[in-house]
Design a protein around this ligand. Structure first.
Ligand code: SOE
Length: 380
């Protein structure tokens, strides 16, 4: 039977444009779908860069105006990999044009933007998903299976951190290509929306909704040269963000994200302690899940380091032979595979825009709490 085409229009050719393009190409090579992705157009402000991206990844055309991309009737799905300040307008216009949408995280620059985006996709009834890719690392998906099977029992603690060190230099400018994450107008916030958002998405997927939070943020470098204006300007983002939380299931949590942890490049770790068992995961060793089961015989009880590479472990039957690891880019491949599987089953693929809004509600609450010094509710 002839496959149905899924004609893709990508907005953005940066780091995430590459990660997504790779996923579009790789997923159908390793997974079986009724859909056949077709890379129809890439859109970016700089025509030369868009053409270079199109040539490298196999897009058949380029656009420099995202509205023109959306207006095309040879595109079914708009993939948003542009900076955060463009997510809302592109998503709403795409929804109004009846396109499916995949959007890079965070959904909006704040929960108000995300609410508008959720309303637009739900009104239009278009399939939608946000690229919170870490859910799709096989070891993290295995953690989800273990928790859902009740193996941890009652959960007491959730602990997560995401540590980087790339903005410590005082002379690093803010703004413009590659550095828009330091510009609050474009990014919305600093590490809260960029890094804690990942931790919160995974946490709520694994451990349910967060009830309230108490946050603490700091901007260590107060002024930076702005690449677009050439002026030294106030820095509006949070460089570090920590918060305590209480989940609706009664468990207590601590979260930390910073770009000032010298020596750490992308140390995303999570740990969950339950009544019967605990799990730990570390992005720097992403194919391993550490698991402690108190039910094991006492003499041999201890932390197991599960090498999540076997065919009966999540996603791994699609890759190599047992024992051979996969990496970061595969989390995007899996996410796109899940999107296509969702289309075929006529079921939403997670996280939807609505799920990602829940994350933005928590990040807003963290930022608010850091300002008020009070605990803040983190539910809609
Ligand atoms: C920031 O450095 C960043 O690239 C985030 O924007 C990504 O979402 C994260 O996965 C890795 O770090």
């Amino acid at each position: 039977m002839a496959k149905k085409k899924l004609r893709i229009g990508l907005v953005g050719y940066g780091f995430m444009g590459r990660a997504h393009s790779n996923a579009f190409l790789q997923a159908p090579r390793y997974f079986d779908f009724d859909y056949e992705p077709e890379l129809v157009a890439v859109c970016g402000r700089d025509k030369g860069n868009a053409e270079a991206h199109a040539a490298r990844w196999g897009y058949s055309s380029v656009e420099t105006d995202w509205q023109a991309l959306i207006d095309r009737d040879d595109i079914d799905m708009i993939d948003i990999a542009a900076p955060n300040d463009m997510h809302k307008d592109i998503a709403i216009a795409a929804a109004e044009a009846g396109k499916m949408i995949m959007c890079e995280k965070p959904l909006g620059r704040n929960a108000d933007e995300s609410r508008e985006m959720v309303a637009a996709v739900e009104k239009a009834g278009v399939p939608n998903m946000v690229w919170y890719n870490y859910r799709r690392i096989p070891a993290v998906t295995l953690a989800k299976q273990i928790i859902d099977e009740g193996k941890l029992g009652r959960i007491f603690h959730y602990r997560a951190k995401f540590l980087q060190d790339w903005t410590i230099a005082e002379d690093l400018p803010q703004g413009g290509a590659g550095l828009w994450r330091l510009d609050v107008g474009v990014a919305g916030s600093g590490v809260t929306g960029d890094l804690l958002a990942h931790c919160i998405d995974t946490a709520m997927w694994l451990n349910g909704p967060i009830e309230n939070v108490s946050g603490l943020t700091e901007t260590f470098i107060k002024e930076r040269m702005h690449n677009l204006t050439g002026n030294v300007e106030k820095v509006g983002i949070d460089d570090a963000s920590l918060f305590l939380a209480r989940f609706q299931n009664g468990s207590l949590a601590s979260f930390e994200a910073t770009r000032y942890a010298r020596g750490h490049k992308a140390l995303y770790t999570l740990e969950i302690n339950g009544e019967h068992a605990s799990i730990m995961w570390d992005l720097h060793d992403l194919h391993r899940l550490d698991y402690f089961d108190h039910g094991d015989e006492g003499r041999v009880r201890g932390w197991r380091s599960i090498h999540v590479t076997d065919g009966d472990q999540p996603y791994m039957d699609k890759w190599w032979v047992p024992g051979l690891a996969i990496g970061y880019e595969h989390s995007f491949v899996h996410q796109f595979a899940d999107f296509l599987t969702g289309l075929e089953a006529n079921e939403p693929a997670l996280p939807t825009f609505r799920d990602a809004l829940a994350t933005d509600i928590v990040t807003d609450a963290v930022l608010k709490s850091a300002e008020t010094g009070q605990w803040e509710p983190a539910t809609a």
